[in-house]
Structure formats: structure tokens, C-alpha cells
Design a protein around this ligand. Structure first.
Ligand code: UGA
Length: 388
């Protein structure tokens, strides 16, 4: 019998036409400009409001910005998913209601935004063989890192760690449960229906343009960075939920979008994978974050009154049904191995530029001397169903 040499498998080519759904949110407003700066790529950027993205695109040469076709639309608008999957080789899905203050106050909207609204996208990507790069969340790991037998471990590992959420009455986990179910649907379409996919689990990414400032371009409680910035700019105490002993590992937005650009260049490595993207070296308590942010703020506003902190009880702050992750440290061994990606920026290095961005965009509006920029009706700003 003649020996058969296996033919080399055709490797998938890096995509050139990219659709970004939720492009007007914090992550999209950094990711789209980075991708647009690469000659040869064409982008379709979709969100209900694109103001933040415009701020990001302003920093690009006109030729690069012209690679981005902007479309103000909702993911559930008739024909939108059809358009995105027809016109692009890869769809990056960023839409979500990813603000913990909503998980126990608007759980049905949160579940729709993270699951129901996205099911048609997954199915159409599978049918048309479009690469779906889906932003899930580190929240899927739940309270803390547990191995597959339920024993505590230090870091959260994509294909090993148990996903351990609280009881149904703890509505905090409505978001994580919806995100986890969508991950399972995507995974199953990948294994059984041929969907090319990559699932990204970002860990507490921070940077300019994150979330909103209450009373200026949104209402309610934003995530911790914007919440603390709001307090600093108004002279109110920074509120530490249950004393701020919870820990988070913070990643610079520029490093997150750098990792996404890398994975798009390496479809053969990234497809079929779930990837944590975070910075385990920036693991800090929320009290520690408050301290570091106060120091960065005082560096820029040395004459402002000394900021204060105060402890608030979680249920008084967020309402009944809130719960929390006490420690959340990613393993990034897989992202390093597959993408050659290693985040380097320490928290203290990131904060001055972030504080400066909030001051430039909000300080006068917060002090009441200037009319705020267009209010976030919706989305893309952490309040509505827009980009993360
Ligand atoms: C949230 C989302 O649920 C995740 O999906 C998302 O991946 C993650 O943010 C992220 O930014 O990447 P969480 O870290 O709990 O998760 O969100 P934050 O609202 O930023 O809260 C972080 C911690 O700060 C929590 O323990 C919270 O109780 C505390 N906090 C928040 C305060 O102590 N004071 C505040 O004013 C706000």
C-alpha cells in the first residue's frame, strides 16, 4: 500500500472586513480606532449612539477614520444582523448591559441583552460561517476561583475553573448566567455546527471613556472607576461597598484592544478558544483602587479639598439581590501562549491619563458651568443595550 502524505490543512486567513456591534461603547471606542489604523481593513461600526467612538476616531488621520463605516442602529433592528454577517468576515459582538447596578434592578433587560438578543447573531454566523468574536465576561466564574472539584484555587483558568454562581434569588448573577448560557450556545455551535468562534472574557478593563457620569451622560451607578471619578469631581466621599475588601485585577484598555487585534491576526490559534484577557499583576482591593485614584487625582488637582472615603453596605448601595466576587484573578497563560500577549501596564501608570480624560470631559459639566454633551439616551454608555 502506498503511504499517503496528509495534505496540509488550509489555514484560515486573517479577516479584512470586520463588523463591530456595540462599537459606540467604551471598548468599541478604543478597538475600532486601533483596527482602523491598519491599512487593508474595512470596518462596519454599529451602535445606537456613536459619540464615544467619534472621540476615539478624532485621534486618527482622516484616511484611517474613513475606513470605518458608521451605522446608528440597534442589534434587534430588522436586517441589521443580516447586514453585518453578509458584509463582514468577522463579527465582534460587544453589546451588553454590563453594569452590576442593573443586574438586580433590571434583570430581564440584562438577560435579553446578553442572551436573547444575541441568539440570532450566533445562528446566522454559524450558517454563514462568519467568525464570531464574542465578548463574554469574567463574571461567568462567579464568586471566586474553584477547580473542577470545587476546591479553592488562586486564578481563574478558562478550561478548568468551575463556574460557580449564587442562588437564583441573588439576582446579581442574572448577567453571568445569561452570559454563560450564550457561551455554551456558541461553543455548541462551534463543536457541532462548524461556527468559527472566539470567546473573550475581559477582566476589569479600565481607561478613558469608560461608562458615564451620573447626572451628566447617564443615570444610576456606573462601574467602580466612573463611580469614584464622579465622587472625586463632586467632592463627595468615595463609597466603598462593604469596606472595599473585594479584589479586582485591572487591565489597561489599550492592552485589551491590542490583544483583540492580535487574535484577529491569528485565526488558526484563536478560533475555537475561550480567552481570559486581564492583568493578574494588577490585583488590588477596591480600597486600594480608591487610594491610587485619589493619589492620581491629587497629582492633577493639588488644590482640591482632600478626598474622603466612606463604607456603605452593599444592599443599601445596590438594593436587594446584590452579591459580589471577592477575588478575581485571571490566568492569562493561554492568551500568552496563543497570542504572545503579555500585559505590562501597572495601575499607577494607567491612572493619571484616565483621570485627565474624565476631568477634560466632565469637570465643568459636573460643576454646573457648562451644558453637558449629548446625554446617553441609551446605549454604548453602560446604561442601555450598547457596547461594553
Ligand atoms: C463588572 C461587570 O459585571 C463585569 O461584567 C465586567 O467584566 C467588569 O465589571 C469589568 O469592568 O470588567 P464588577 O467588577 O463587580 O463587574 O464591577 P464594578 O461595578 O466595577 O465593581 C467592582 C467592585 O467595586 C465591586 O466589588 C463593587 O461592589 C465595588 N464598588 C463599586 C464600590 O466599592 N464602590 C462603588 O462606587 C462602585
Amino acid at each position: 500500500m502506498t503511504k499517503r502524505t496528509a495534505l496540509p490543512r488550509a489555514l484560515p486567513a486573517p479577516p479584512r472586513r470586520i463588523a463591530v456591534l456595540g462599537a459606540g461603547g467604551f471598548v468599541g471606542s478604543h478597538l475600532v480606532p486601533l483596527l482602523a489604523s491598519r491599512p487593508g481593513l474595512q470596518l462596519l461600526a454599529v451602535d445606537r449612539a456613536l459619540d464615544k467612538l467619534e472621540l476615539g476616531l478624532q485621534q486618527l488621520p482622516a484616511a484611517a477614520a474613513s475606513r470605518v463605516r458608521r451605522l446608528e442602529a440597534d442589534i434587534s433592528d430588522p436586517g441589521l444582523i443580516d447586514l453585518a454577517t453578509r458584509e463582514a468576515d468577522v463579527v465582534i459582538s460587544l453589546t451588553a448591559l454590563c453594569n452590576p447596578a442593573l443586574y438586580n434592578t433590571r434583570p430581564l433587560a440584562v438577560i435579553d441583552a446578553s442572551f436573547g438578543d444575541l441568539l440570532p447573531l450566533v445562528k446566522l454566523c454559524a450558517r454563514r460561517r462568519r467568525w464570531l468574536v464574542h465578548f463574554s465576561t469574567c463574571e461567568v466564574y462567579g464568586h471566586r476561583a474553584l477547580d473542577s472539584a470545587g476546591r479553592p484555587t488562586r486564578v481563574m483558568v478558562e478550561d478548568e475553573t468551575s463556574l460557580s454562581l449564587g442562588p437564583v434569588s441573588r439576582e446579581r448573577w442574572s448577567y453571568a448566567a445569561a452570559k454563560q448560557l450564550l457561551e455554551r450556545v456558541i461553543w455548541a455551535h462551534g463543536r457541532h455546527e462548524g461556527l468559527p468562534f472566539t470567546i473573550v472574557r475581559p477582566f476589569n478593563v479600565i481607561g478613558p471613556r469608560m461608562d458615564f457620569i451620573p447626572g451628566v451622560d447617564g443615570e444610576g451607578i456606573p462601574r467602580v472607576l466612573a463611580s469614584f471619578m464622579h465622587a472625586l469631581m463632586t467632592g463627595a466621599p468615595l463609597r466603598l461597598v462593604d469596606g472595599g475588601r473585594q479584589r479586582r485585577s485591572f487591565l489597561d484598555i489599550a492592552e485589551l484592544v491590542g490583544a483583540v487585534a492580535r487574535l484577529l491576526e491569528r485565526p488558526e490559534a484563536a478560533q475555537g478558544e475561550i480567552l481570559n484577557l486581564g492583568n493578574p499583576k494588577n490585583d488590588v482591593t477596591i480600597r486600594g483602587l480608591a487610594r491610587a485614584l485619589i493619589a492620581a487625582y491629587r497629582g492633577l488637582r493639588p488644590d482640591a479639598p482632600a478626598p474622603r472615603t466612606e463604607t456603605v453596605r452593599a444592599e443599601a448601595f445596590y438594593g436587594a439581590g446584590y452579591d459580589d466576587s471577592m477575588v478575581r484573578i485571571p490566568s492569562i497563560a493561554k492568551a500568552t501562549r496563543l497570542l504572545g500577549w503579555r500585559p505590562r501596564r501597572a495601575l499607577d501608570e494607567m491612572l493619571p491619563a484616565i483621570v485627565a480624560d474624565y476631568l477634560a470631559r466632565y469637570e465643568s459639566a459636573v460643576s454646573g458651568s457648562v451644558r453637558p454633551a449629548r446625554r446617553a439616551v441609551v446605549a454604548g454608555m453602560g446604561q442601555g443595550r450598547g457596547g461594553r
